[in-house]
Design a protein around this ligand. Sequence first.
Ligand SMILES: Cc1cc2nc3c(=O)[nH]c(=O)nc-3n(C[C@H](O)[C@H](O)[C@H](O)COP(=O)(O)OP(=O)(O)OC[C@H]3O[C@@H](n4cnc5c(N)ncnc54)[C@H](O)[C@@H]3O)c2cc1C
Length: 386
Amino acid sequence: MNFTLSEEQQMLVAMIRDLGEKEKFRELAKKVDETCEFPMHLLPLYANLGLLGMTLSPEYGGGGQPLINAVLAIEELAKFSPMIAAPVFESSVGPIKAVDILGTETQKQKLIPGACSGKYSVSAAMTEPEAGSDLTSLTSNAIENGNYYVLNGRKCFITGGGHASHYLVYTRFNQTKGYKGIGCLIAEKGMEGFSFGKQEKFMGLHGMPSCDLIFEDVRIPKENLILKPGEFNRLMATFHIERCGNAAMCLGIAGSALEEARKYASERTAFGKPICEFQAIQFMIADMAMKLDAARLLVYRAAENAGGDLPSIYEASLAKAYANEMVIEVTNLAMQIFGGYGYSSEFPIERMYRDAKAWGVAGGTIQMLKIGIAGILFGKRFNQRS
Ligand SMILES: Cc1cc2nc3c(=O)[nH]c(=O)nc-3n(C[C@H](O)[C@H](O)[C@H](O)COP(=O)(O)OP(=O)(O)OC[C@H]3O[C@@H](n4cnc5c(N)ncnc54)[C@H](O)[C@@H]3O)c2cc1C
């Protein structure tokens, strides 16, 4: 077992730290939070540095790097803010990775080069107003008609909604009931009958586009079929790559909150001495470090063991669920250490706390992950319906 980053990985992390200083990412994070505008100018910058499509296949312009490298890059960038890490997340562990793994030759040639240059971005559209955790109840439906599928339905909370060029739409086919009827199609922005709802206003992750997708008799060519019904499990297996990226976001936010709190505790005085001299503060800082490091080990293990392939469902689920809980606890403790100033938007801690809350819902809730973990431990699938 080796717990040390390779020379190449250390260089990647150092490059991102330097980039953050040079491009003033701390100030950018504050601005994005205030203006709610996604930092589009980062796309060409990241593309030039090889930070887009890090894990995608090299034959289509991807970086061909192992998942752990993308996790390291996302963690480092998320220390500034998840919005600053978002383009790397989207292009390296997001739905485009499912195209890389499951797509046809034509789909890969069409989408991957664009994802690596920042021209295209791909969103995953699973959730529906009446089907979130209970995804297999989804009612969007694609009916076969000659060379097309005719898609109808509504998706909600879709990250990248309105901004992404392509959408992996999880849909039922020909009204077939149950998970066996679910497959996946690529919908393209601009297709007739495909429109967007109003942008969500979330408590955190300001600047991240998110909205409903509305499909009204959208004709999707058969060549846009990613996975036919009956292969739902294969589709969901690719999602664990994204779950490692979600957990890496948590590591970044928590790492930054810990560092801010540590610095603040050394500078802020009360009763005539720095508050870091009080044992109650020391215990909070130590708890934060313990939890962050435990999460980091889980996330790195899941990513490292995946190599260039799919992570183990068990390891990725443990990593995501633990990191999702950890980041809320760590940012909460950081706010306490900051006292009244932690609650003020003059300091970054309240933003980190708001951003922290998203990850335990996005990508599958903590509760659903724990149900999956328990299922693996007991060696049986717990039926949630009966
Ligand atoms: C920031 C953000 C980004 C997102 N991005 C996307 C995206 O890009 N694409 C996409 O498709 N979706 C996206 N989502 C949606 C997300 O995947 C869903 O919100 C999530 O799966 C939960 O579904 P729901 O909101 O319908 O909650 P519900 O499924 O209604 O759950 C409500 C609560 O009940 C709990 N619960 C439900 N069933 C059980 C059970 N059997 N046992 C125990 N507890 C249970 C849940 O854990 C949760 O706490 C995003 C959400 C957020 C907040």
